[in-house]
Write a protein that binds this ligand. Structure first.
Ligand SMILES: NC(=O)c1ccc[n+]([C@@H]2O[C@H](COP(=O)([O-])OP(=O)(O)OC[C@H]3O[C@@H](n4cnc5c(N)ncnc54)[C@H](OP(=O)(O)O)[C@@H]3O)[C@@H](O)[C@H]2O)c1
Length: 243
């Protein structure tokens, strides 16, 4: 028995890689590759899809997630841009239905490890800033990964980071999540990159991760599609499936 999978946003940059990865894995049957023109609810019903991967954009991810959940397919949400309130709402609906799913702001295993190491380093440093860099087609900023890294740093730091600067040009110091600054760069030529820089007493620690091709996201995506039907609620982050 194979797992029936739909890739939504299949014609996009990530979608095309996902179609390839799922089609090449013998544990899956790709039952549909959908896009903006398709009725996603009808496709799920028609194909009896068990897992739907959403790789669309920040504008449509919330609506798509609801459609997937309402039609009792396991969501694997790769699109970024869901707000914390939307994530909580989707988690409540999944809990009520006892439906397993996962929201994955970053499918790259290296990026998940970067977040894990940053979380640990936050306990030992009193200053940290995040620089994330993505291709110019990315619609949302900061990236879901940068936001999640900032959340982990804030949860684990022992002391409040100092905020003493005066901005001569508004925005010069980037966005601030609680006390962690996030700088977002958007340029053609980039794929997905992040640095977390910790400042200490006459030393810095830089944790850096680069995805140099979208194929880097596929092992994590395949893992999520294989494990999602064993979950009974909606998780946030690939780390829940790694160990
Ligand atoms: N989780 C991760 O590891 C990871 C990694 C990279 C990117 N991402 C995220 O994945 C998403 C896709 O990225 P991308 O670079 O592949 O974007 P993209 O190239 O713009 O592809 C998005 C695709 O979704 C389609 N689409 C838009 N609205 C839709 C809707 N309502 N229903 C169905 N399809 C729809 C688009 O069609 P049109 O061309 O007609 O608009 C396009 O084919 C983004 O949110 C990005 O931030 C996640």
């Amino acid at each position: 028995m194979t797992i029936k999978v739909i890739i939504n946003g299949a014609a996009g940059r990530m979608g095309q890689e996902a179609v390839k990865a799922v089609s090449e894995d013998k544990q899956f049957t790709l039952v549909a590759a959908t896009g903006r023109q398709d009725d996603l609810a009808a496709k799920i019903k028609e194909t009896h899809a068990e897992v739907v991967v959403d790789l669309t954009n920040a504008h449509s991810v919330y609506t798509n997630s609801k459609i997937i959940i309402e039609n009792n397919a396991h969501p694997v949400i790769g699109s970024t841009g869901l707000t914390p309130a939307q994530i909580s709402e989707l988690q409540a609906i999944c809990a009520q239905k006892k439906l397993g799913g996962i929201i994955v702001p970053n499918f790259s295993i290296g990026a998940v490890l970067m977040m894990r190491y940053a979380k640990d380093a936050a306990k030992y440093f009193n200053h940290a800033e995040i620089i994330e860099m993505h291709h110019d087609g990315k619609l949302d900023a900061p990236s879901g990964t940068a936001l999640k890294t900032a959340q982990l740093i804030e949860e684990n730091k022992k002391n409040a980071f100092q905020q003493t600067e005066k901005e001569l040009l508004p925005g010069s110091r980037g966005a601030v999540y609680e006390t962690t600054h996030i700088h977002a760069v958007r340029l053609p030529g980039l794929v997905a990159h992040q640095m977390v820089i910790f400042g200490g007493h006459f030393e810095t620690l830089t944790i850096k991760h680069d995805s140099i091709h979208r194929a880097a996201f596929m092992p994590g995506l395949v893992l999520a599609c294989k494990k999602v039907n064993a979950l009974s609620t909606l998780f946030y982050g690939l780390e829940h499936l790694l160990d």
